[in-house]
Design a protein. Structure first.
Length: 239
């Protein structure tokens, strides 16, 4: 079901059955929910919404972590690629570290030594290209970054293709996340970005992947250039 951002009076009373309609005030929700007065015919009707979507996303993640592990896994399967829930997934990863014993039991097969079931959530093989039609890699990297679970990150990124393309706009925070995750692998050979303005952290990536080549749209590559020279070239592209 799609998420609800506006709540009716009746839905609030279902959650708080002992609360009378006269008791629903701004002070009751401590500023978390805002009350909006409206009219339906001659009757006054109230609706409610969180003061900011981020609050709702955090509480959704907090609720999710308390659900049975089977339901948590179903949530990932259903909403991993849905941008509407991307922040919820980040909060969930940060709250749980993606490392609760019960959840790991369902996501892993100890005898194979890798997170096979976890990988199955992101298809049988991790994609080598990230774009608007398939932002899977970026969503995965954000979840891993927020979890701060280094062992899990290393176990996942070692299954990456040795050549990765990002044909998608990367915000400064996206670039930090991508750089952090790619610095945990050691087999990357080629990283293609959609803009010469991308300030990917070359030092961190190249330190872990000494043979990596950074490629930009004009096919200029950073092969055989030092990190400092590569950064100078990238800076020279800024108007």
């Amino acid at each position: 079901n799609p998420p609800s951002f506006i709540f009716t009076e009746s839905s609030i009373l279902e959650i708080f059955p002992t609360l009378s309609t006269t008791g629903i005030t701004d002070s009751f929700f401590k500023g978390l929910l805002q009350i909006h007065a409206g009219k339906v015919g001659f009757c006054c009707e109230y609706t409610f919404s969180f003061s900011h979507a981020t609050l709702q996303e955090f509480f959704a993640a907090f609720h999710l972590q308390g659900l049975p592990e089977k339901e948590q896994l179903e949530f990932w399967k259903l909403h991993l690629m849905n941008p509407t829930f991307s922040i919820v997934l980040r909060f969930f990863a940060g709250l749980t570290g993606l490392s609760s014993r019960e959840l790991v039991k369902q996501l892993t097969k100890p005898q194979v030594g890798v997170f096979k079931k976890f990988l199955s959530l992101f298809t049988t093989a991790l994609p080598s290209k990230c774009d608007l039609s398939n932002p899977q890699l970026l969503f995965l990297f954000h979840a891993l970054y927020e979890s701060q679970n280094r062992q899990l990150t290393r176990d996942i990124v070692k299954h990456l293709n040795d050549s990765i393309k990002f044909h998608i706009f990367l915000s400064p925070f996206d670039q930090l996340v991508v750089s952090d995750c790619l610095s945990q692998c050691n087999h990357l050979q080629r990283l293609k970005l959609n803009s010469t303005l991308a300030q990917i952290h070359h030092d961190a990536i190249k330190s872990a992947n000494p043979n990596v080549v950074f490629v930009f749209p004009d096919e200029f590559s950073f092969d055989h250039l030092s990190v400092k020279e590569a950064q100078t070239f990238s800076d020279s592209k800024v108007p």
